[in-house]
Design a protein around this ligand. Structure first.
Ligand SMILES: *Cc1c(COP(=O)(O)O)cnc(C)c1O
Length: 401
């Protein structure tokens, strides 16, 4: 069956990468088979998570791991863990943080649209650092340190290409000095796959990755790895807690041992639940990602981009292929700048709209719109679609220039 048969909609040729608004990365048959197989069985979800978490921890070199409903959900439940710790009363109270540690210190260069996910926990973001000094922006370690007080729950670091920031090793050092965990958003920091271990090795206390981006797992999956006490708090606030003390799976671990006064009930993370299908899909996708040849995949993407670029040679445009590594990206990007005669901002948005609205529908990266260009990313593109994509992009560029 196809999306067309199920919902009556045409699929999009994806030249924009595994974006959430395009449904993420197309899944391999190995991953969809795993999801279908998991869907046919019943199991205690805590057992499912425990087994998957142990695998994620092993892959990432972390104490513990957990499958979340995406990296953004990982930020929310991770922040909730930093605030509530192992207190069932605090878990029960969230997202109301009255009387709790609720501040997360963020460098201004790391305030992104995704930091909203931290605030969903009830946390208040305390941003520090300059915007625009001396260049794009800068933060000093003492600015982070000055923001720390007895309400500080965590420090936040977003992996990206911002310059002049307090880098992760220094942030970790500040966190350790004050006994405050560091949460790292590494959602899109793959490839290279070595990053799965990198931020944990640098001392981050919690790290999130998207399952549905480069890993090729289900769109509604994410990896959260880090300190075991924080992951325990995440599990307690995330899993279905329609439980009785006497029969709770974890009665020995938490109740008979007197670590908790009673089981917490449905927590802040419950609306972000993860199905066993997503867990199975993510685990199998991660296995395949680790087995995969990263260089070969990049060569495949480069070839598809060159195929598309060939179609552009007969148009009034400039096409430039950027190799992985440029701009902090782990994959190649084809940048296309049409030679418009009119208003560049308007024309480029017209190009993007006509590509997505046409037949076949083609989605391109909008990240260069402010510079009058479009980006072509092949990581979520089926190679069999490269020629059709090139034809359509070239035809639309011709029609607009
Ligand atoms: C994609 C992304 C997220 C969100 O990841 P999901 O898995 O879609 O929830 C968070 N932060 C950054 C930097 C991202 O690129």
């Amino acid at each position: 069956m196809s999306l067309k048969e199920i919902l009556g909609i045409e699929p999009v040729i994806n030249c924009a990468g595994p974006l959430t608004r395009l449904g993420g990365m197309p899944l391999s048959a190995r991953v969809t088979d795993a999801m279908a197989a998991a869907g046919r069985d019943s199991a205690r979800i805590e057992d499912v998570q425990r087994a998957a978490g142990a695998y994620l921890a092993d892959v990432c070199g972390a104490e513990a791991g957990y499958v979340t409903a995406g990296a953004a959900a990982g930020l929310t439940v991770g922040a909730a863990a930093c605030i509530a710790g192992l207190s069932p009363a605090a878990m029960d109270q969230l997202p109301d943080t009255t009387g709790l540690k609720n501040e997360i210190v963020v460098q201004r260069a790391h305030v992104t649209a995704y930091s909203h996910a931290l605030r969903v926990s009830g946390a208040k973001l305390i941003d520090v650092g300059y915007v625009g000094f001396p260049g794009q922006g800068i933060t000093w370690g003492w600015q982070v340190e000055a923001a720390i007080n007895d309400r500080t729950a965590a420090l936040f670091y977003s992996v990206g290409s911002a310059e002049g920031i307090v880098e992760l090793p220094e942030l970790v050092e500040i966190g350790r000095k004050h006994g405050i965990p560091v949460i790292v958003d590494a959602a899109a920091a793959l490839p290279p796959k070595s990053n799965l271990r990198h931020f944990v090795e640098l001392g981050a206390d919690l790290v999130v990755f998207s399952g549905g981006k480069a890993i090729g797992g289900p769109q509604a999956s994410g990896i959260l790895v880090g300190r075991s006490d924080l992951i325990e708090s995440v599990a307690l606030q995330h899993q279905d807690m329609d439980v009785y003390p006497e029969t709770w799976t974890f009665r020995d671990t938490y109740l008979n041992s007197q670590r908790l006064p009673g089981p917490p009930h449905h927590g802040l993370g419950r609306p972000m639940k993860v199905g066993k299908e997503e867990v199975a899909g993510l685990v199998v996708a991660l296995r395949a990602y680790l087995e995969g040849d990263e260089e070969k995949e990049i060569r495949r993407q480069r070839e598809d981009l060159l195929t598309i670029s060939d179609y552009l040679s007969s148009t009034r445009s400039k096409a430039v292929l950027h190799e992985p590594g440029e701009g902090g990206r782990g994959f190649p990007v084809l940048e296309i700048y049409p030679h418009f005669t009119g208003d560049p901002g308007k024309s480029i948005s017209m190009l993007i709209n006509s590509l997505i609205d046409g037949d076949p529908s083609v989605a391109v990266s909008q990240g260069l719109m402010h510079r009058g260009g479009i980006g072509i990313i092949a990581s979520a593109l089926k190679s069999s679609d490269a020629h059709r994509a090139g034809e359509r992009i070239a035809a639309e560029v011709k029609a607009l220039t």
